[in-house]
Design a protein around this ligand. Structure first.
Ligand code: FPP
Length: 252
């Protein structure tokens, strides 16, 4: 593990971290810059944070880059974000690959322009054997939309009511086969879930910081990880030490 202190190595590191990268617009506004300049600064920061996640030994990182609701933003901002995704894939792929990052997309790829879809799929193919960090890029993603897609697919597959369990539903999510997020970080101080991983985050720990995303550096990430390490995760039971392995009651 590079660039981490002895204390970091002893810290309880979450397996899966989700990040709502909020505050790009306000970061830009506070500097008299256009909103897209904020997204570009946010993209630069993303590169640094991915590197830091690899160094901290985080195994899954899910980033909220574009929600199903973001199509309602001004046309130039939407086009700018689509362009940024294409540029990120083109420019960053070699370094991501070198770092052992396995790229995934979550959300509806089918609504994106054909050339962008091809780029995304190619990057997924190139990085599919990497093992150090799984990076889920949530682009055209919405938690409710994901649940609707899952229900439709279950119905197509002829799943019966008796077969429906939380594990089965998880297996129909875009994140199938991955552990649920342990920690969700939201920058820029907003206290909302914003339709992000609403099924998977049922027992995630939340960490909200007033820092705007472009300024959320490795030190800020370390603070979030320290806060996470101090949480007593009870999953609805007693503390980790006191919890017994009693089975959950399924009422339906
Ligand atoms: C929310 O901030 C941020 C977004 C909607 C876009 C996030 C995108 C990036 C960080 C760029 C990286 C992108 C890709 C494609 C990998 P906001 O604009 O809502 O900020 P505001 O609340 O201050 O206006």
């Amino acid at each position: 593990m590079a660039n981490t202190s002895k204390n970091d190595e002893q810290m309880k590191i979450p397996t899966h971290v989700g990040i709502i990268m909020d505050g790009n617009g306000r970061w830009a506004k506070s500097r008299g810059l256009p909103r897209l300049a904020g997204h570009k600064a946010g993209t630069e920061n993303l590169r640094r944070v991915i590197r830091a996640c690899v160094e901290f030994g985080i195994q899954y990182l899910t980033i909220y880059a574009f929600s199903t609701e973001n199509w309602g933003r001004p046309k130039d901002e939407v086009e700018g974000l689509l362009r940024i995704l294409a540029e990120v894939i083109e420019k960053e792929l070699p370094e991501l690959n070198e770092q052992g990052v396995q790229l995934h997309h979550i959300g509806r790829l089918e609504d994106l322009p054909e050339n962008l879809r091809q780029k995304v799929n190619k990057a997924i193919e190139i990085t599919k054997n990497n093992q150090r960090l799984v990076l889920n890029v949530a682009f055209n993603y919405g938690g409710r939309d994901e649940i609707v897609c899952a229900i439709k697919q279950m119905m197509r597959d002829g799943v019966t009511p008796e077969q429906v369990t939380p594990d089965l539903i998880s297996s129909y999510m875009f994140t199938a086969g991955m552990p649920d997020p342990d920690l969700i970080i939201r920058t820029s101080g907003e206290m909302r879930t914003s339709n992000f991983l609403i099924w998977q985050a049922s027992y995630a720990e939340w960490y909200v910081t007033p820092t705007f995303w472009p300024d959320f550096d490795k030190e800020e990430l370390r603070k979030a990880l320290v806060a996470f390490a101090q949480r007593d995760r009870r999953f609805g039971k007693l503390s980790e030490q006191d919890a017994t392995g009693s089975k959950p009651v399924n009422a339906c």
